[in-house]
Design a protein around this ligand. Structure first.
Ligand code: ADP
Ligand code: ADP
Ligand code: MG
Length: 459
């Protein structure tokens, strides 16, 4: 087993990783920017090292600072969490060159799958269905227009380096293609420092279905079932559940097999997620693989009973997977709600601040992953995820009822959050029936917000 792991991240995921390490008797080194000096991971880790000023480019994305901290503090592993350096192939290579085990796949695998245009091509050759689109990247807007003509409108322009829903634009008419291309490319350059673009046919209101996979260094690969992440705003996930109401056992078996095939085709090692869109006719298409732990991993932990971060650490130490595919049992139903510090009444603008009062829900089947504590400051420098509320229950309806009451117990004072909106969604007839797709929130947002205002006024 590894002895001392540096956590190259912050917030709830840093806390999550520290917890798994402690249970395995692994020491932890937290790195932090000056904005995070008082943060929970800094207080929970065995040691903490300041790596720079608040701007992520100067701290959490500063590879030299992170690696220096790891080497000087005698670490033998680096866990990148999600976001930041987690899908940076050069960083994974540098870790290896410094004698540090990068907890994730090798740099080569990240290069193969982290570039979304390259991953599409690889999946096609492995026989995994992909959305019709360009063969690899498109160099400029004019080429994009030609490809769009060929595959037919509407199309979706996407950044090869994209993530978190950024660098994407839907285009319904030819006249909008060129401006949308330039806009999306500019956003990709700003967010990811890489303007490479490709395009796909826009599948109208599909479901987002993703499969969690685990692969060890001995070539064993399993999938741990799916997560339905169709409750999205601007292509960003807000609420997730497992299992999905949209899948039959037969479809689950086929998609799971393709997810495992995807992982094998790229020589995967570690925990990863294969994302698909599923159309209303039951056709599914690969969209990308996330070569890291994901925000919504806890719902898979709830239905499988496995600790995914523990498994990441065990795989990194060269150990075999604890289960074979036939031994993976999916039990009950799990839901996650992301509590973001943003204001739904003002176009979800980020609204961080000081947590004046905090009360977290608890009780049977409730889990909260957060780095918040009473009085802590939620920093404006980083993304607005403040907490994740996760529930598990024997049936879907019980899980929905449990999530409603968990959100009713939750108190966060000091800034607005999307908790009330999520609470309203849990009463929507289509949500209750499990009949929703990625267009659901956009179509229902106005009425849901109106209802939550009425609710607030009557309190
Ligand atoms: P998940 O399914 O884990 O939510 P997302 O793609 O939504 O995956 O990303 C999770 C987090 O990581 C978000 O906070 C997002 O802003 C961030 N992120 C994802 N990809 C990148 C990237 N390439 N560069 C920087 N941040 C990223
Ligand atoms: P990111 O790297 O930002 O997570 P993804 O490729 O995973 O980007 O896409 C984000 C979301 O955009 C998906 O969850 C899905 O809702 C939507 N999406 C992606 N590709 C398509 C497509 N071809 N047609 C329709 N919706 C799509
Ligand atoms: Mg995605």
């Amino acid at each position: 087993m590894l002895k001392r792991v540096l956590i190259a991240n912050r917030g709830e995921i840093a806390v999550r990783i520290i917890r798994a390490c402690r249970e395995l008797d692994i020491e932890t080194v937290a790195v932090y920017s000056t904005a995070d000096a008082q943060s929970l991971p800094v207080q929970l880790a065995t040691r903490a090292v300041c790596i720079g000023p608040p701007r992520a480019a100067d701290s959490y994305l500063n590879q030299t600072a992170v690696l220096t901290a790891a080497v000087e503090s005698g670490c033998d592993g680096v866990h990148p969490g999600y976001g930041f350096l987690s899908e940076n192939a050069d960083f994974a290579d540098l870790c290896a060159r410094c004698g540090l085990k990068f907890i994730g796949p090798s740099g080569d695998v990240i290069r193969r799958m982290g570039n979304k245009a390259a991953a599409r091509a690889l999946m096609q050759s492995a026989g995994v269905p992909v959305v019709p689109g360009s063969d690899g990247p498109v160099p400029d807007a004019e080429t994009a227009a030609q490809v769009a003509e060929k595959i037919g409108y509407p199309v979706l322009l996407k950044a090869s380096a994209g993530g978190g829903g950024r660098g994407m634009r839907r285009v319904y008419d030819p006249e909008n293609l060129i401006p949308a291309f330039e806009e999306a490319r500019a956003e990709a350059v700003a967010c990811f420092g890489d303007g490479e673009m490709y395009l796909e046919k826009l599948i109208l209101n599909p479901r987002h279905i993703e499969f969690q996979i685990l692969a060890d260094s001995q070539g064993n690969v399993v999938h741990l079932g799916e997560r339905d992440c169709s409750i999205q705003r601007r292509n960003q996930k807000l609420m997730e559940e497992s299992p999905s109401r949209a899948l039959t056992d037969e479809l689950r078996t086929r998609m799971g097999r393709d997810a495992v095939q995807a992982a094998r085709a790229c020589g995967y090692e570690g925990a990863g997620t294969v994302e698909f869109v599923l159309d209303s006719a039951g056709n599914y298409y690969f969209i990308e693989m996330n070569t890291r732990i994901q925000v919504e991993h806890p719902i898979t932990e709830m239905v499988t009973g496995l600790d995914l971060v523990r498994e990441q650490l065990r795989i990194a130490a060269g150990l075999e997977l604890p289960v074979q595919q036939e031994q993976v049992n999916l039990t009950g139903h799990a839901i996650e709600v992301r509590i973001n510090a943003e204001d739904p009444a003002h176009d979800f603008r980020p609204a961080p601040g000081v947590t004046r009062f905090l009360h977290l829900p608890g009780g049977c089947g409730v889990r909260v992953d957060t780095a918040l504590y009473n009085g802590c400051e939620l920093s404006p420098w980083y993304d607005s995820l403040a907490a994740k509320v996760i529930v598990h229950a024997p049936t879907r309806l019980q899980a929905i009822r449990r999530m409603r009451r968990a959100l009713e117990e939750l108190v966060v004072e000091g800034y607005p959050t999307g908790a009330d909106l999520a609470h309203m969604i849990l009463y929507h007839p289509d949500y209750l029936k499990g009949e929703y797709d990625t267009g659901f929130l956009e179509q229902n947002l106005e009425s849901l917000l109106r209802l939550s205002r009425v609710e607030e006024a009557s309190e």
